[in-house]
Design a binder for this molecule. Structure first.
Ligand code: HSE
Length: 427
């Protein structure tokens, strides 16, 4: 397909996020054009952040799924059974590829849907079903095929991780933080799916099936959630240097694949201990790789819609793309030098001869270029008579800082070469 025509069923947070992305596709890197042919949802008139007036409306998702104008059916309705399952089966039966974010559907019926998709020789894609915007399904399925996976661990529910992080950080109650997670669009329509551990278990089962080429059997997944965790547990664990988090785990035992979701207490040096807020993370371990960890936004409209779009881009043909992912219709940009007006804070280390006025000359050289000092440390002179000085500046223009640093290097009281390192404020 050179152009992909979508039928989108489900216009909640993610569905609306996807419509926004399609409308802004000029700024994306899709291999070809995406067009929305029709949409379907429970209510046509509900207030939404996007307008759907330009698209054909379908009361019934399955009718949309088999409409002859639809090339790819996108299922964002949710629910493991009922209309979502029927519409996905209808699309596959009609020979149309399906892209879904529906973890419950895939966890409960993935095996049968895989058989159906393969019998019709069409793709069934669900990157967005696991860990929202973190591209873990395709990495596990396609990129790590040379790894003998031994264990997959992860934080797979943004709502639960937001709950345990935020309750401890701000001493807030469970209900208060859960309300906020719902407002922010992290939580499921029914948040008991989140806090019971069920949502994370759906995702863990999907990852376990891919990692260990196992027939997906959700009934064997053991599940407990954060609904019994109190602030007191989090506070006392913190005093012991432990973070309580909802952890998903899949591993290979002699008998087969063990998959479970439960709260675990992690020592602070544990690789998952500092993954906070609504972030999700997946850590894959196995030889000869060692371990790889992917972390990012696991919930919310934009991140999840971006994963749906990633799947849609795989459905264009021909599949062989430019190695750098460029196509003729993309905006072509050029490499340039960074502008001297770009701004940053800096770490500046200087050694000054231990004489009156040395520090004043240093601060004058900085002030002359409008560089302002945020923090300053000075140590006693070493055996050569030079005093190390470390400065953290406020944010300033990189060009001004470079000029100031050159002046500092040329001061008669400066010993050796100063060290200038920009501070990355993104952390
Ligand atoms: N409710 C889910 C979460 C959204 O909180 O992670 C993404 O599946």
């Amino acid at each position: 397909m050179k152009k992909v025509r979508l039928g989108i069923a489900g216009l909640g947070h993610v569905g609306c996020g996807l419509i926004e992305l399609v409308e802004q596709q000029a700024g994306l890197r899709l291999p070809g054009e995406v067009e929305i042919v029709g949409v379907s949802a429970r209510s046509r008139s509900r207030n939404r952040p996007v307008s759907i007036g330009a698209y054909r409306w379908f009361d019934d998702a399955a009718t949309l799924a088999e409409d002859p104008d639809v090339d790819v059916f996108v299922e964002l309705m949710g629910g493991s059974d009922g209309p979502a399952k029927f519409a996905v089966e209808t699309a596959l039966n009609a020979g149309k590829p399906v892209v879904t974010a529906n973890k419950a559907l895939i966890a409960m019926h993935g095996q049968a849907l895989e058989d159906l998709a393969q019998s019709r020789d069409v793709d069934l894609m669900f990157e967005a079903a696991v860990a929202g915007g973190v591209p873990v399904v395709r990495v596990l399925r396609d990129s790590l095929t040379g790894v003998t996976i031994q264990r997959v661990t992860g934080i797979l529910n943004g709502t639960c991780n937001f709950l345990t992080t935020e309750m401890l950080r701000a001493a807030r109650s469970y209900d208060d933080v859960l309300d906020e997670a719902q407002r922010l669009g992290y939580a499921e329509a029914d948040p008991t799916l989140d806090v019971s551990g069920m949502d994370a278990a759906h995702k863990a089962a999907i990852l376990a099936s891919i990692a260990f080429t196992a027939d997906l059997d959700f009934n064997r997944v053991s599940v407990s959630g954060v609904d019994t965790i109190e602030l007191l547990d989090l506070v006392l664990a913190d005093r012991l240097g432990l973070r309580i988090k909802l952890i998903a785990e899949a591993l290979l035992s002699d008998q087969g694949v063990v998959c479970r979701v439960a709260p675990m207490a992690l020592p602070m040096h544990h690789p998952l201990a500092r993954i906070d807020g609504s972030l999700n993370t997946v850590r894959v371990e196995g030889p000869p790789l060692g371990a790889v960890t992917l972390t990012g936004p696991g919930a919310g409209a934009g991140p999840t819609a971006s994963a749906v779009m990633g799947d849609i881009s795989k459905l264009f043909s021909p599949t062989a793309r430019s190695p750098f992912g460029r196509a003729n219709h993309h905006v072509r940009r050029t490499f340039v030098d960074a502008a001297p007006t770009e701004r940053s804070a800096f770490f500046l280390r200087v050694k000054l001869s231990d004489k009156p006025g040395a520090l004043a000359s240093l601060s004058e050289a900085l002030a002359a270029q409008n560089v302002s000092v945020d923090k300053l440390l000075q140590d006693s002179a070493d055996e050569t008579g030079a005093s190390p000085v470390a400065i953290m500046t406020h944010v300033c223009s990189r060009g001004d800082m470079r000029v100031a640093a050159a002046h500092v290097a040329g001061l008669s009281c400066t010993v050796g070469s100063p060290q200038l390192i920009p501070i990355d404020s993104m952390a």
